[in-house]
Write a protein that binds this ligand. Sequence first.
Ligand SMILES: Cc1cc2nc3c(=O)[nH]c(=O)nc-3n(C[C@H](O)[C@H](O)[C@H](O)COP(=O)(O)OP(=O)(O)OC[C@H]3O[C@@H](n4cnc5c(N)ncnc54)[C@H](O)[C@@H]3O)c2cc1C
Length: 255
Amino acid sequence: MKKYDIVIVGAGIAGMTAAIYAVRAGKKVLVLEERVQGGQIINTINIENWPGDLGVSGADLSQKIYAQMVELGAEVEFDKVIKISVDDEGFVVDGEDDSYKASAVIIASGTEPRKLSDEMMKDVGKRPVSYCATCDGALYKGKKVVVVGHGNSAEHEIKYLKGICSEVYNIHHDDPIPADAEAIFVAIGRLPLTDYLKGFVELDEKGYVISDEDCKTSVPGVFVAGDVRTKNLRQLVTAASDGSIAATNAIEYLG
Ligand SMILES: Cc1cc2nc3c(=O)[nH]c(=O)nc-3n(C[C@H](O)[C@H](O)[C@H](O)COP(=O)(O)OP(=O)(O)OC[C@H]3O[C@@H](n4cnc5c(N)ncnc54)[C@H](O)[C@@H]3O)c2cc1C
């Protein structure tokens, strides 16, 4: 089993920033990513509130940070983490494909979109459901679609779809779906990706990893960064900020 100073779960903005700090401090770092580097920002066309880059896309920003992290020496494996445990030497991080040893771990697994209820799915029937207008909107050019949800991300989806579709309905998560809507876009919030952490670190009632600005968890040697932790503002700058703090505290823990 390969051994690392720090294993980071997730190559979103939080995880990749943590990796940059850790490799620059001379640590041997592995980043494990289930899907693709960049995380939830990857499909956003125009990023807002990211200092120094007006109108950069999520894909471009992610690629720049990924290239920087790899250039500096971080290793990356595309593997889904399914369990983390403790042994005599530190931590064992089990992926679907392999297992990895670590002296410290940084959790940066982010969030996923909240799904529609089973009841609402009955109303959806055979119509397609999407959680990303930027990814799938073009498939419904000139068609009638519905956006479920009323927050900032629903507003973003509506604005985007209005430029493509003939009609964009907007409903709450418990409203009936208009009969003539041909596709359903869902934006009803997000949930933390922490199933693999149950029983290992303390989670709050919604499943977020309990921590504060020091990015420490209930387990010494395990740190947390980004949207997956308890916090008030889930944005790119706070994800990057957490990544720097989690890595700095992990480096200090390693001595
Ligand atoms: C549509 C949309 C638009 C947004 N626009 C903006 C904006 O303009 N400005 C802004 O500041 N913020 C924006 N945000 C919020 C911002 O994207 C997030 O705050 C930020 O990306 C969080 O980064 P993160 O690294 O914490 O998590 P994520 O981006 O969620 O990354 C987590 C990564 O971990 C991986 N992962 C999860 N579980 C595992 C596992 N078990 N094993 C291995 N890998 C795993 C995931 O695949 C993912 O790549 C937006 C969010 C959305 C959804």
